[in-house]
Design a protein around this ligand. Structure first.
Ligand SMILES: O=C(O)c1ccc(O)c(O)c1
Ligand SMILES: [Mg+2]
Length: 615
């Protein structure tokens, strides 16, 4: 299928929008009327620019308040349409979107609506123009694509078809199977948009919160699958009204848009039981190691911190200033090697997490999928063991190493000299990675992880930092082995925003380890001198009242500075370390059936961290 994007989806002038769409690789654009009206370029000049850029003009839109107008307003609507048809000749557009009437004057009589569209079809036919009728979710009389289809079917004119827009259909919960009633050749155009699941007025939700398929919570892939099933062979085109997109780089947004269309078309093909040439997201993925970049002066302090958290230094690189640390089945790597990727990263970002190693069944398949999604691969071989495993550009310029499950022993054995240190045998795994990203990139990184690794989204949390709101979006693999939270904030003073400032961009802010007995883990690391984030007494008084905890449990939690949450599925315990040089920190958790991340506790944790704030 070909791919398009409506100019309203991108920021900038009309010229900037067109250049961004072309650079990202779109086949064409929908010209949004306001963008043309505001442009100093004539329709012919816009046409010439689209020709130079190799962009088709797929649609001119929107034409509003047409059908069912009473009295003299009907003739005026037809005259307006003729003026737009003239303009479309100059633009080289053969298709126009007529959205369902929102005017309080509009009449709902079916016969009138059908007759008006028949008249418009006659006029469009003389110009070889196709008119597509779209049901806006908030249309005055027509607000459901099933109704729009009943009208278009009754109009029965070769120049009148229906336009399907996933937002209007899915925001109202209309079943996508209803698309099966429409023959593919009567679908004049398809617009795609996703959106976060929010309870709000449909018009406001649509005009401010739409996002790309793979960024929101609507079942867009199912919708596309039904469209493909009809035999429709026109473009899939993104039409996104989003306040953040309006304030961010049109080039970056356009590149995400193309990635999202590739992702959603691929997902739809798989739903139809077809096997696209590009590999599917991996069936399993889990973190194998986390790599920290520090300079030589800071390395001893980080080593001391790892030791206090129960990790043993089990391997020393044979030739580089790189060490391996283990506890349970968790691997951490400290990279203090001069002239390495890690050191370059440390110089740019300060002490930080510079790479994550992810174990997958077939690393070449994931690398091929990354290429299909235009995710950059880095040409370097600095993974532990110097294996030439693929490395992808990830959050904040950090790397994702892709490691095949069967190469894992070699990754560790080839270049690390074992120290013989004993590994704490108590079960410990990486529960989740918590990243902070720029607010403008918040949706972008969601798309990255969902499209590449097939991670699933759960509900976003609004976390109250003492200095402002932080958005937190959890993502997880189907089996829960890889969990990631993406956090972002608009407010300059939040811990998230300060992290992005100090780090010169996004990055991983904390790593959470899962144990099967957090109280015991807390005692063990306390004995080793771990610097635990203190939690005040009021929290425990409230906790005991809320959950009906007995005195002994309350004392046990309080003494260990353990935070607690419970829901219908189970309960959760968590504690935090203080941060390393005000940057990254660690969390230990114990899950008992609970799938969340302790969002109700985040405000308490952030308030405690705020007390240690210096800048
Ligand atoms: O919000 C609107 O007015 C509007 C206009 C045109 C569209 O295609 C649409 O989906 C919404
Ligand atoms: Mg639309």
């Amino acid at each position: 299928m070909t791919f398009g994007i409506a100019t309203v989806s991108l920021s900038g002038t009309l010229e900037e929008k067109l250049r961004a769409a072309a650079a990202a690789g779109f086949d064409g654009v929908e010209i949004f009327e306001n963008d043309l009206i505001a442009s100093p370029l004539s329709p012919r000049e816009v046409r010439a620019m689209m020709d130079d850029l190799g962009l088709g003009c797929m649609l001119y839109q929107p034409f509003r308040d047409f059908e069912g107008m009473p009295g003299a307003m009907r003739q005026r609507a037809l005259d307006r349409a003729e003026a737009k048809f003239d303009l479309m000749g100059d633009l080289g557009a053969d298709r126009i979107l007529v959205c369902s009437n929102c005017s309080p004057h509009a009449l709902g009589e079916r016969n009138r609506i059908v007759a008006d569209l028949q008249e418009l079809g006659e006029r469009a036919g003389k110009r070889s123009i196709i008119v597509g009728y779209e049901a806006l979710a908030w249309g005055r009389h027509v607000f459901d694509h099933r109704d729009a289809w009943a009208i278009v079917e009754a109009v029965d004119h070769p120049h009148i078809g229906i336009i399907l827009d996933s937002f209007h259909s899915l925001s109202r919960g209309i079943p996508s199977e209803s698309i099966q009633a429409i023959p593919g050749d009567k679908i004049a155009f398809v617009q795609l948009a996703d959106a976060p699941r929010l309870e709000m007025d449909l018009l406001y939700w649509s005009r401010h919160f739409r996002n790309f398929p793979g960024q929101g919570g609507l079942p867009v892939a199912d919708y596309v699958a039904e469209i493909i099933r009809t035999g429709y062979d026109g473009p899939l085109s993104l039409e996104i009204f989003n306040d953040r997109f309006r304030g961010w780089s049109p080039d970056l947004i356009a590149a995400d848009g193309l990635r999202s269309l590739r992702h959603v078309e691929d997902a739809a093909e798989r739903l139809l039981g077809r096997t696209p040439a590009v590999p599917a997201p991996p069936a399993a993925v889990r973190p194998e190691f986390v790599e920290f970049a520090v300079n030589a002066q800071d390395a001893p302090a980080l080593e001391q911190m790892f030791g206090s958290l129960g990790f043993a230094r089990t391997g020393v690189h044979r030739t580089k200033a790189v060490t391996r640390w283990q506890a349970g089945s968790v691997n951490l790597v400290i990279n203090a090697q001069p002239d390495s990727f890690g050191q370059g990263f440390e110089r740019a970002h300060g002490p930080s997490i510079c790479a994550v190693g992810l174990a997958v069944p077939d690393r070449d398949a994931v690398a091929a999928r990354a290429a299909f999604l235009d995710i950059g691969q880095v040409d370097q071989a600095e993974a532990p063991g110097n294996l030439s495993v693929p490395a992808l550009r990830g959050i904040g310029g950090s790397l994702i190493y892709l490691i095949g499950e069967e190469e894992i022993p070699a990754v560790w054995d080839t270049e690390f000299e074992p120290t013989g240190a004993a590994v704490d045998p108590h079960p410990l795994t990486i529960d989740h990675l918590a990243a902070v990203v720029r607010i403008d990139e918040y949706l972008s990184w969601q798309l990255y992880w969902r499209a590449l690794f097939g991670l699933e989204q759960s509900l976003q949390s609004d976390v109250i930092d003492p200095s402002g709101l932080v958005l937190s979006q959890p993502l997880r693999s189907a089996d829960g082995a890889l969990r990631l939270t993406l956090n972002a904030s608009d407010a300059a003073g939040t811990l998230s925003s300060r992290f992005v400032g100090h780090n010169f961009g996004g990055g991983y802010q904390h790593i959470a380890f899962a144990s099967d007995d957090l109280t015991a883990t807390a005692h063990r690391i306390a004995e080793k001198g771990a610097d635990i984030l203190p939690i005040g007494g009021n929290y425990y008084a409230d906790l005991a009242a809320r959950f009906g905890l007995d005195g002994a449990t309350r004392t046990q939690l309080r003494d260990a500075h353990i935070l607690y949450d419970a829901d219908d599925a189970g309960d959760y315990r968590q504690l935090y370390s203080r941060a390393f040089q005000k940057r990254f920190f660690f969390e230990f958790v114990e899950r008992r059936g609970y799938e969340g991340y302790g969002a109700p506790n985040a405000g308490v944790r952030l308030a405690s961290q705020e007390r240690f704030r210096t800048a």
